[in-house]
Design a protein. Sequence first.
Lengths: 391, 213
Amino acid sequence: MPVNYLQLQSQIHILSDSILNQREKGKEALEKLTDQFKAAANLPDLAERVSAKLRENRGLSCALPREERIDSHISASDHSGEIVNILAADGSQINPSRHEEVSFGLINTAIFKMRMNGNEAPQIVTETKLLEREDDSLQEKLNNEANVGLFRDVEERRLLSREACKIPQGEPVVALTDGPLQLYYFQEPNTTENPLVNEYYKALAEMSEKKIITAGYTDRPRSTFVIDMLRLLMNSDPQDLRVKQTLVFDSNLFSRILLPGERSALFKLISPAVEQMPAVVQISFFYLNVGNNSRPMITRIEIPEWVSKDPAAIDLLHYSLLQQNGFISSNPYPYALHRAHECAVVQFSEKEHVKQLIIRELLSRGVTDLGKSAKQIAKDLFGTTYRDFEE
Amino acid sequence: MTDTSMFGRILSSNIRECVVGYRTSESAIPPFGSMVRIPVSHAQQPEIYGLVTDIQIEEDGFLRQLATNDQVSEEVMLDARANRNVPVVLRILFIGYLENGNISHLLPPCPPLTLDNIYKCTNAEITAFTSFGNFGYIRHILKVTNVPPGELLAAHISQAAKAQFADNHFGWTERAINEVIYLMRDNYADLLAILGAIGDADISLDGEEEEQE
């Protein structure tokens, strides 16, 4: 038996105590934060105040109010019957492993395109790329899973931009990706020196020129940008502000404010990483309640600057997201994003097949020293033996 | 039936039957009881004939979520049918084969291979196969276990009667039913059930008689 369940028993008890304790503390903190949020909403020149505080505390991340009152809860207009193109991108990857017979990286990207009210079957575009190994620096980077993830993120945006820009002018286009608009895997401070990041900005700029309504959809967000804004307003201790609190998230706060289908006010995202982005792609966000009366479900929607300046685009995005979530109302999540994921995901069997194709090619070219590492062989042997016992 | 389009590929098979993955985007699902052929591509292999004995539309968790919605948009429906790998699985009962131009109502000498294509039969193929010999293939239908034999026989006779009628082969239906009565003469209860099912089918016996007069 690989897990010592006897040892776990007492630990599960302690862990549960800790979770319940955190929840109690969270409830108290949420009460206080809700009051602070309501008070902040009535402050004159709130955005100015936050900006001033940010200047005093450089390097912090938080929300900055835009034109709407921060306690706004806004419904979407009815766009039913309108032709709207919904595009969603997702990607999956095979990370190189030095333990396999041959180490290779692969990225599979899918775009799911549906033309709402067009009575057409949606279209799927997939692109599969083996990561090339000619470039030594790239080869070194490929050893890092985060870098393969970065390749994948950029590839998603590049393909999304290409497909979105193909749609004739005049028909609105909503282009969705899962997660934040920021490149999740990108950690380097100097954004201009990484060609991948420049490619990402280029893709966004293309969508900006075509006025494509681009958005990043984060399900069950654990962000605290609005709460951090409140802490910045109320707390003058800079050291305290730099300690991340994990008791309450923005989603807890907005689950008390937003009715089903409503979105929050729009906020600008302030962070050191976003500040380095070109102005046109700087990020704003709003929260959206895609749940129902008995179970609010708060999601965070990130949009680039050109969308945040267009109230009609935000309204259409808001409506489209609710419509997309409505297609899977028992478990709200945008239909197009789910389908893009289904189309992009590389199964284990497919990975093995691709590996065999590469091995076959190498064998035909006279390479004979292909083999798994001793560690991998041992693992595979154990796996087989264990399965045999189970059966 | 004149549609000769390929509609699916063999997923698994044995000497009596096979299971076929149906391509939803290609054409309408071949109806229950309809005749199909599997032109085995390998040399020295016969072309197998069969009947659709079951059509199973399977689901995955995602489809179940969609189905619980009050309304499903047209685009989502089209996506599910045209793009998603909606598992539609057909079961085919083998009833004979064609080898070197000769029809046989025996089971095929070997099953088709996985991923072989499968086609709907034309009227001419149905007529040729069902007119051959003395209805020997009906014994395979009467032994089917996954559906009531009477229902399958009624669906088959209905399709074959139309093909025979279109080809001016009158009296085929009556001879087919007589053969069924003969084969089931010692099993009165099942015979009644089969005749009941045939009675419910749209079989143009009257039309045949009128034409013969």
